[in-house]
Design a protein around this ligand. Structure first.
Ligand code: UGB
Length: 589
């Protein structure tokens, strides 16, 4: 062992750290096996920024003690519904705020948190490779990068390259890198993408003394993920936040999740709100159904003081917090609105980069942690399965201080405009849908993407019919017509009036499919569509669609079979493209 490894082993073996069980079998082990364990411990020690493994034990013992005693970390804080800006698509208020945000779109950097394995979804690959919808089969990573490149082209200053940072984990690194490589970074330049990696997790904990769980055969420590809150520390240690601010002229930072195909329609709106209210942190929020597995954003005031913070209260904490502070029914829907009064956090966050980067310099990006052990016994001394400390990226307000702490707010809009992730296995989604909660499955992620394009088109006056709901694998969704407007055609509602100058002359029937992409300039003046139409325009060319009527057999859905690929089986249907009209600079083909 190296000197540093010896020191670490000694430290962990000490009574204070209480990890002597890890080394009990060392006398009988080969030097190679001992070195392997010591190497793993050294890596875990280095990866935990909040004090190495000794710090981890100390923090865990404290949090486990609080959990055992039932201490509510939010005790003494009174929740209130926070103030924020709520919007509806198509209103003057929306348009005015979005217009303000458009001025900022060219100076934004993107942070994609994609270290999660997606255990709830049960998909075998990385979630970023999943198709966002079946009309074009564009995968999530492709969609995100094309969006960024499109706003760079439309709103960036000459030659600017809007940066993207992707947080991966041990589980997702190889898949993410391979996907980028196979597709030439989807058009991004090499230096435009930074990849940061979460540590390989933190030790799983067996008991209240924070004894590490160990694999009996290899004698290695068993680890579990530490959560998406790691992103802040990684943006600090990698220097990404600082460099983007000081060298790349980036002013805003947008954090988003791995499978939300609706992530960006409302980005300029959010920017407008951040600018108008001077928000250091702005969370995109949706009306939340009580008990839905998304956190609620709450304004908390410390009893007996004027200390106030606006934070996400995770869904499992919201109910006890409310019950303990004057809301005896806990997490329930407001009778009038049918929604929880607390806006739902969807973990799409927008920061002022200067303030954010300054906080990282002070805190090194360390987030508060929590532990959530499930106990077997009443005395709360035996765990059902090993626990671990976790942290969440939306907890950033807890490390803000002074004036910055007051500059936290949200932008709320209905979820059909901004949030439809693919997180759950279809069978689980069926139960959620029956309870009236968004199922978050592949079919609804797809349907909601078409839905958002259709809703924005309707909001400017286009005539877009909807077909009846279909049911596949027990999931109900409106899958027709399919409308996919690629980001090189339109990136946000403000642009729709330019590309549909006479919206009342655009008619799309319920059995239709419409896919429009640039990168050249496309304008749709008048269109009567009853079938499938794909409009494409190469760079530097122009396409004007005028007095075009298309009627064909279009695209239909057929049931998936056992031999279908996994992304099809998750949906229970596949597309059969019977007939497709294509329109380009030379007209209809
Ligand atoms: N992620 C990582 O990159 N690393 C990790 O260690 C873990 C996750 P989940 P979660 O939007 O529905 C969050 O697992 O944590 C990435 C909010 O806390 O899908 O259960 C992962 O790849 C909750 O308030 O979500 O819940 C993915 O991109 C609510 O907003 C992202 O982090 C909820 O999301 C989210 O991970 C929701």
């Amino acid at each position: 062992l190296s000197d540093s490894q010896k020191q670490l082993v000694q430290q962990l073996n000490s009574e204070e750290c209480g990890q002597s069980h890890l080394f009990a079998d060392w006398p009988g082990m080969s030097p190679q096996d001992r070195t392997a364990v010591a190497t793993q411990l050294e890596a875990l020690d280095g990866a935990y920024g909040n004090g190495g493994l000794a710090g981890y034990v100390k923090n865990a013992v404290k949090l486990l003690e609080n959990s055992r005693k039932g201490v509510n970390p939010l005790d003494g804080w009174e929740p209130q519904v926070p103030e924020g800006a709520a919007f509806e698509i198509g209103t003057d208020k929306y348009k005015a705020t979005e217009a303000k945000g458009l001025e900022e779109l060219g100076s934004i950097g993107f942070v994609l948190v994609a270290g999660g394995l997606g255990e709830r979804l049960g998909y075998n690959g990385i979630k970023l490779e999943l198709p966002t919808e079946l009309a074009t089969e564009t995968c999530y990573l492709n969609y995100y990068i094309h969006y960024i490149l499109s706003i760079q082209k439309k709103y960036g200053k000459d030659g600017c390259k809007l940066p993207l940072c992707i947080m991966v984990s041990n589980d997702t690194r190889a898949g993410t890198e391979a996907l980028l490589k196979a597709n030439n970074n989807f058009g991004m330049e090499e230096g435009q993408i930074s990849i940061v990696q979460q540590g390989s997790g933190v030790p799983a904990l067996l008991d209240n003394a924070a004894k590490f769980s160990m694999d009996e055969t290899t004698k290695m420590v068993i680890t579990k993920p530490h959560g998406h809150g790691d992103i802040h520390e990684l943006l600090y240690t990698s220097g990404v936040a600082k460099t983007w601010y000081s060298e790349k002229g980036i002013k805003w930072l947008c954090f988003f999740q791995d499978t939300n195909g609706l992530a960006f329609h409302t980005l300029p709106l959010m920017l407008g709100v951040s600018k108008e209210l001077d928000l250091v942190m702005n969370s995109l929020a949706v009306p939340r159904k009580a008990k839905q597995a998304i956190g609620g954003i709450a304004k908390l005031t410390k009893q007996g003081s004027d200390e106030v913070k606006t934070v996400n209260v995770e869904y499992n904490q919201l109910d006890p917090l409310l019950r303990g502070s004057g809301f005896p029914d806990g997490d329930v829907n407001d009778k009038e609105t049918g929604f929880s009064p607390f806006p739902g956090n969807i973990n799409q966050l927008l920061f002022q980069l200067k303030a954010y980067s300054d906080v990282l310099e002070r805190t090194k990006g360390i987030m508060p942690e929590f532990v959530n052990p499930k106990y077997k016994d009443e005395a709360k001394t035996i765990f059902k399965k090993p626990a671990r400390l976790e942290c969440m990226m939306q907890d950033f307000p807890t490390v803000l201080s002074g004036d910055d702490a007051k500059k936290v707010g949200f932008t709320s809009i209905s979820s059909d405009m901004c949030f439809s992730p693919v997180k759950n296995a279809t069978s689980d989604g069926v139960g959620l849908q029956q309870k009236g909660t968004a199922p978050g499955v592949a079919a609804t992620g797809e349907a909601d993407q078409y839905g958002a394009f259709k809703a924005i088109m309707r909001s400017i006056g286009c005539q877009v019919e909807d077909a009846a709901e279909e049911t596949h694998e027990g999931i109900k969704a409106v899958l027709s017509p399919q409308v996919v407007l690629k980001p090189d055609f339109v990136t946000c509602p403000a642009e729709y009036s330019e590309v549909f100058p006479s919206p009342d002359k655009v008619k799309i029937s319920s059995k239709s499919s419409l896919v429009v992409s640039g990168p050249g300039s496309v304008v749709i003046e008048s269109l009567d569509l009853d079938g499938a139409l794909v409009i494409e325009c190469p760079e530097g060319e122009t396409v004007t669609v005028k007095d075009l009527t298309v009627k064909n057999d279009g695209w239909v859905r057929e049931a998936a079979d056992a031999g279908s690929p996994e992304y099809i089986r998750m949906r229970g249907y596949r597309f059969v493209k019977k007939e497709t009209a294509k329109f380009g600079p030379g007209g209809l083909t």
